[in-house]
Design a protein around this ligand. Structure first.
Ligand code: F6P
Length: 533
């Protein structure tokens, strides 16, 4: 990372205006990449041709090539859990799976086929509820990686919902969330899918118990849970003890991390909404991006260029945040999804070898759909002291018939990246002041500009292009993890909260527990127990 800093210092990159880089008439064309149905324009980044070439030379020396081979060929890159990280293999043809997994590929293939059969059986009405009715609703219970991917894909692909099933996702342990879902459901036509890699996650287990009780009380029929419940998990025995039958349990693989798992049977609820054909297209879009990632040279490699730009901004310029701004209502959950993918993967400060890192890693990711963001936090992006790089994401064609709305949406998207780059100087503002306005107002209207952004275009948000978009960010995240030298595939940082949560619960329930909390937490527990403050 010292190299990136010194390059910026040497080139005085922090003192130039991004807009001046456009004196190079070929810049917009050359600082762009097209791959797997996605167009990336990164010309509004504060990086010159020379700096980019230096960065590419630097990354080639780091052995990234070798690491990509090692990742995709099944080396145990997840060193702290002694696991492979082969999520992208789930998108590959069977032959590739066999080359990498050997015999295990048959299990993976069998599971995919089983999932397709289940989707067909349910959507065609052959797999019926305990009362013999066709299902109308699916309730998915899961959290983290067993939730975000499904949630974002369900809303991104809304126009492709074609099975007639309403798929609902439940994650939060707040009873309000579960009550809210159950209010809308009819037990005799609701299929439940529990998704949990470990089948021990507290929130998921509690919610599953609540829904199980609700279903049994509404449908006191023999074997109702066995009939109406499916699960996706690595812990098959635990699922069976919960009351599910073998044929309703789809396995997950320990070599697929939760936040990378949408391509596995975790995608079952998505398939139940969009059908098998669209689900295959979704995987195929991701596969096209995988092929690009593995084959394109670094100069034209979209995930690698995005990863390098991320490091340039985070470690070179010290920008601490990254705004994700989809100009698409259907992509409204994308910032939340990326928060888990990126921050849970790379929000670390120890190297894979256990050494304290001398550089910061993942930026804070936040965002919201445009144009809503323009009426909220974008004020800060335009005028505060903070420079916040952003990724704009937009589709050329809207997913609705309101063309005028779509034109306005796209116009706002393009205008924002231009405004963030150009800003408005004091001189400009002054020259625009209407006669009679006080000069003091001018300073309030200055826009700092010089904020670097990417723009990602898709022709439309289709299963293919959305699959490619997810794969793009997955690869970007993993490449950054490699360059920062962290293990992108573990998440030890979530453990302490879980551990202390157990002690707090013990105290609340009055169970024996000697854990010593701070006076602050003890007071809070006391107030909760007494219901007074
Ligand atoms: O938040 C921690 C985490 O372990 C995530 O990585 C994971 O996706 C989530 O909890 C849910 O875990 P599970 O699928 O085992 O219920």
């Amino acid at each position: 990372m010292r190299f990136i800093k010194s390059l910026i210092r040497q080139q005085k990159s922090d003192q130039r205006k991004i807009s001046d880089l456009f004196d190079d008439s070929e810049r917009a064309k050359d600082f762009s990449i097209k791959a797997a149905g996605i167009f990336l324009d990164y010309s509004k980044q504060n990086i010159s041709r020379y700096e980019l070439s230096q960065l590419l030379a630097w990354v080639k020396n780091k052995g990234l090539d070798q690491w990509i081979k090692s990742l995709t060929s099944g080396d145990k890159v997840n060193v702290t859990e002694n696991r492979k990280a082969l999520h992208s293999l789930l998108r590959a043809p069977l032959k590739t799976k066999q080359e990498v997994l050997g015999k295990e590929a048959d299990e993976v293939d069998k599971t995919e086929k089983r999932m397709f059969e289940i989707i067909e059986g349910i959507t065609e009405g052959r797999i019926k509820s305990a009362t013999g009715e066709k299902y109308t609703d699916v309730l998915t219970i899961g959290i983290g990686g067993s939730y975000y991917g499904i949630k974002v894909a369900l809303s991104a692909l809304t126009p492709y919902h074609c099975t007639g099933l309403n798929v609902h996702v439940l994650a939060s342990v707040d009873g309000a969330a579960v009550e809210d879902k159950l209010k809308k459901l009819n037990a005799s036509t609701t299929l439940v899918v529990v998704i949990s890699k470990t089948f021990t996650t507290q929130e998921t287990m509690i919610n599953a118990q609540v829904v199980k009780r609700w279903m049994i009380s509404r449908l006191p029929l023999e074997g109702v849970i066995k009939q109406q419940w499916f699960a996706v998990s690595t812990a098959v025995e635990k699922v069976k003890s919960f009351g599910l039958q073998d044929s309703h349990i789809l396995p997950m693989w320990d070599w697929v991390g939760g936040r990378f798992s949408l391509w596995s049977a975790v995608g079952l609820p998505l398939g139940l909404a969009i059908g098998n054909k669209h689900f295959s297209e979704f995987k195929n879009g991701a596969y096209q991006m995988d092929q690009h990632f593995q084959q394109a040279d670094f100069e034209h490699n979209m995930p690698i260029i995005m990863a390098l730009i991320g490091l340039w901004n985070r470690n070179g310029f010290d920008f601490q945040n990254l705004a994700i701004l989809p100009y698409s209502h259907n992509l409204r959950s994308f910032p939340g999804y990326l928060q888990q993918l990126d921050m849970e993967s790379n929000g670390k400060s120890v190297s894979t070898d256990g050494i304290d890192l001398l550089w910061p890693t993942a930026p804070v990711i936040f965002g919201q759909e445009g144009t809503n963001s323009q009426h909220a936090f974008m004020q800060l992006m335009h005028q505060s002291k903070l420079i916040i790089p952003a990724d704009f994401i937009v589709a050329l064609q809207g997913s609705n018939h309101l063309e005028k709305n779509h034109k306005i949406l796209v116009a706002n998207c393009f205008a924002q990246s231009e405004a963030l780059m150009q800003g408005k100087s004091y001189e400009q503002v002054k020259s625009e002041l209407t006669p009679g306005s006080t000069l003091t107002l001018a300073v309030h209207k200055v826009m700092k500009g010089n904020t670097p952004t990417n723009t990602l275009l898709m022709k439309s948000i289709s299963p293919e292009s959305f699959g490619a978009l997810i794969a793009l960010y997955e690869h970007k995240t993993c490449v950054q993890g490699f360059l920062w030298q962290v293990n992108s595939f573990d998440q030890w940082g979530v453990e302490l909260g879980k551990e202390l949560g157990t002690h707090v619960l013990n105290k609340i329930k009055g169970s024996a527990d000697n854990f010593k909390f701070s006076a602050s937490t003890s007071n809070l527990i006391q107030m909760f127990v007494s219901g007074e403050f």
